[in-house]
Every structure is written in structure tokens, then in C-alpha cells.
Design a protein around this ligand. Structure first.
Ligand code: NAD
Ligand code: TYD
Length: 355
């Protein structure tokens, strides 16, 4: 079996669902269930004996030691993190605690477990660390996309904490020989995406008749990948990746934020037109920019494509249509995640931004 951390969050839950749909290898899912973790994402696995959910912190050494001894996983896939840039600006401490200190404790515990394995299991073991393209910093227009050798230049507390965790993972390979793999992926979108992030926020606000808050001039560029393609890339790296290597994951889909918002509005205009027949674009509101806002991210995905033979299955057009439809079909999921805490966050992040 494998141990997945953060498997009740957006990407982790998609990964666990896809993993168990594709093979019979069981998953222990360790997740702290912060505001971003949601067992409703995993409801399809409620009676599935191949999924063992454990609520807990990756930094809880005793708990992780116990889980490793009890279940003897052949791999750890580490998704657990604080993941939202705007929250890292309002309160960086949780990011330092989970993304840096938590990853450190996880590495230490896994290293002790791995050291005690028999030679064959030791050689086959993998620690796959899921990271982000944001560690590379911001690109100017025309600069080449991020390759795996691009210098780290993180600009937000979130990306700095992820960069630190990537360095620790690298060091555990070079110093102790821990068999690690690191993936740096671009922005994901798809089902179960918490509506604090751009695409789901725009969908749920549009449907609720609320403003669609575009930061600054809306011309910042992100490189979008459908979440299930990220999951297939992680499975590929886990199966075929070379030890100690880094793989950038992306779908060659650079888009400006405003274009993304326009696309979401156009799809909603077709699939769920407003009662007054006007376009959802009427709800777009330009608001004060994010401090230190990175202008452009872009992934050069040639290494994973050429060396491991991975390719995304979705284009942006097919993926975004599926995503908008998923939010239309899952209004209960949306209303359940919009709890008191969610409303407090929206108030905190957007109240002072109106222009
Ligand atoms: P998310 O915020 O939706 O989910 C994170 C999950 O981790 C939640 O279920 C949360 O409860 C859990 N968690 C947080 N702290 C924990 C702790 N101390 N111990 C155990 N569990 C804990 O995030 P996501 O978007 O699914 O991202 C998953 C990973 O992928 C992160 O490491 C993130 O940096 C990386 N990533 C995300 C994107 C993206 O676009 N969302 C892109 C590239 C990489
Ligand atoms: P986000 O989904 O937070 O991902 P990240 O910051 O990790 O790339 O934001 C994606 C882009 O959308 C980013 O440039 C910030 C912008 N954005 C808005 O314009 N308005 C919003 O309300 C949010 C949440 C993001």
C-alpha cells in the first residue's frame, strides 16, 4: 500500500479517487482536516476497505511512526500543505509550521522507517514530494518557461515555504540516500477545488450573483492543468521517475486571469444563463492587487514528456467545461464548504479591496 498525506484536500482527494479507480493497491490517507480538508471529497470511498483515513498532522512523529510500522507502505506521496497564497500573506505562520517544519518531521520519520527496511524493500521505496511552480518566482513576458534547472526565487510566504520543503527533500536524498522524487506543477483546476482559489471562486460567485473580484489589471498569467492530469503525472513519476530527480508538470496552457474569468462567464452564459439574460461578465469587478503578485508562471514540461512519456489528456477547453459542469452538478458540496469560517475568510480578504 501507499501512504498519501493531505488526501482530503483538492489534489490529494482527486489523486486518491483516481488511484483506487485504476488499481487495487490500498491507500492510508493522513490528513489534518484543516479548513481545506473535506471528507465529503472522499464520500465515494466510504465503504471501500482499500481506503484507510486517519486524521492527523504530518508533523506528529509518533502517529506517523505508528502508521508506517503498522501498514508498511512502499511509498509516501506528500500533498499535505497550506496552499493559498492570499492566506499566506495574511498569516504566514501556519505555512512555516506545516510546509517546512511538518515536512521536516515527516522526512525524519520516513527516513527512520526506510533505514530499517530489508534491502529489496529499501530499494523499491519512494518518497514523492508534491510541489509547485511558484518556487521559481515570476517570469517577464517572453522569458522562457521554467525548466527544472531554473533558479529558485520564491516571492510569497507560501512559495518560500514550499521552496524550503523542496530543499529539505533534496538534502535527504543527497545526505541520507532517501529515495525521493519531487514534482513542481503549475496551477490546477477541476472538481473539489476549494472556492477560495480563482476558478471555483469565480464560478460560485457568478452563480450567487456576487462580484467577480479580479486583482489588479487581470493580466497576470498562470499555466493551467486539469487536476486529473496532475494526478496521472504523479502516478507516472512514482512508477518511472529517476531517484533524486525533479519533474516539472504542466499542460502548455498559459492564460491571463481576465481571459480565464471571461471563459468561465461564457460557459455559464451557455449552461446556466442569468434570469435577466445579461452576461455574467457584468459581475466582473477589478479590485486592489495582491501584494507581491507574481506576473507570470509557465512550465516547460519537456522533461516529463520526453523521459517518462507523460502527456495531459485534457485541453484547457475540455477541462474547464467539465469543471464548470461539476460545480453546477454539485451545489450541495459548494454550500457545505461555504461554512462560517469560509465567510470570515471572504470578509477578511475582499472587504478592503473594493475599488
Ligand atoms: P489544499 O489546500 O486543497 O489541500 C491541502 C490538504 O492538506 C488539506 O486536506 C489539509 O487538511 C491537509 N493538511 C494541511 N496541513 C496538514 C498537516 N500539517 N498534516 C496533514 N495534513 C495537512 O491543497 P491542494 O491544492 O490540494 O495542494 C496539494 C499540494 O499540491 C500542496 O502541497 C500544494 O503546494 C501542491 N500544489 C498545488 C497546486 C494547485 O494549483 N492547487 C499546484 C501545484 C502544487
Ligand atoms: P490562485 O487561484 O489564488 O492561485 P495562485 O495565486 O497560487 O496562482 O490565483 C490565481 C490567479 O488569480 C492569481 O494571479 C491571483 C488571481 N486572483 C484574482 O484575480 N482574484 C481572486 O479573487 C483570486 C483568489 C485570485
Amino acid at each position: 500500500m501507499i501512504l498519501v498525506t493531505g488526501g482530503a484536500g483538492f489534489i490529494g482527494a482527486n489523486f486518491v479517487l483516481d488511484w483506487l479507480a485504476q488499481n487495487n493497491e490500498a491507500v492510508i490517507n493522513l490528513d489534518k482536516l484543516t479548513y481545506a480538508g473535506n471528507l465529503e471529497n472522499l464520500v465515494a470511498l466510504k465503504d471501500d476497505p482499500r481506503h484507510i483515513f486517519v486524521q492527523g498532522d504530518i508533523g506528529n512523529t509518533q502517529l506517523v511512526e505508528k502508521l508506517l510500522a503498522q501498514h508498511c507502505p512502499r511509498a509516501v506521496v506528500n500533498f499535505a500543505a497550506e496552499s493559498h497564497v492570499d492566506r499566506s500573506i495574511h498569516g504566514p505562520e501556519d505555512f512555516i509550521q506545516t510546509n517546512i517544519v511538518g515536512t521536516f518531521h515527516l522526512l525524519e520519520t520516513v527516513r527512520a522507517y526506510w533505514s530499517g527496511l530489508a534491502e529489496a524493500e529499501k530499494a523499491a521505496f519512494r518518497f514523492l514530494h508534491v510541489s509547485t511552480d511558484e518556487v521559481y518566482g515570476s517570469l517577464a513576458q517572453g522569458e522562457p518557461a521554467f525548466s527544472e534547472t531554473k533558479r529558485y526565487e520564491p516571492n510569497s510566504p507560501y512559495s518560500a515555504s514550499k521552496a524550503a520543503s523542496d530543499h529539505l527533500v533534496r538534502a535527504y536524498h543527497h545526505t541520507y540516500g532517501l529515495p525521493v522524487l519531487t514534482t513542481n506543477c503549475s496551477n490546477n483546476y477541476g472538481p473539489y477545488h476549494f472556492p477560495e482559489k480563482l476558478i471555483p471562486l469565480m464560478i460560485v460567485n457568478a452563480l450567487a450573483g456576487k462580484p467577480l473580484p479580479v486583482y489588479g489589471d487581470g493580466q497576470q498569467i498562470r499555466d493551467w492543468l486539469y487536476v486529473k492530469d496532475h494526478c496521472s503525472a504523479i502516478r507516472t513519476v512514482l512508477a518511472k521517475g529517476k531517484l533524486g530527480e525533479v519533474y516539472n508538470i504542466g499542460g502548455w496552457n498559459e492564460k491571463a486571469n481576465l481571459d480565464i474569468v471571461h471563459t468561465v462567464c461564457t460557459l455559464l452564459d451557455q449552461l446556466r444563463p442569468r434570469t435577466d439574460k445579461k452576461s455574467y461578465r457584468e459581475q466582473i469587478a477589478f479590485v486592489t492587487d495582491r501584494p507581491g503578485h507574481d506576473r507570470r508562471y509557465a512550465i516547460d514540461a519537456r522533461k516529463i514528456e520526453c523521459e517518462l512519456g507523460w502527456k495531459p489528456a485534457e485541453t484547457f477547453e475540455t477541462g474547464i467545461r467539465k469543471t464548470v459542469q461539476w460545480y453546477l452538478d454539485n451545489r450541495d458540496w459548494v454550500s457545505h464548504v461555504q461554512s462560517g469560517d469560509y465567510r470570515k475568510w471572504v470578509e477578511k480578504n475582499y472587504a478592503g479591496r473594493a475599488r
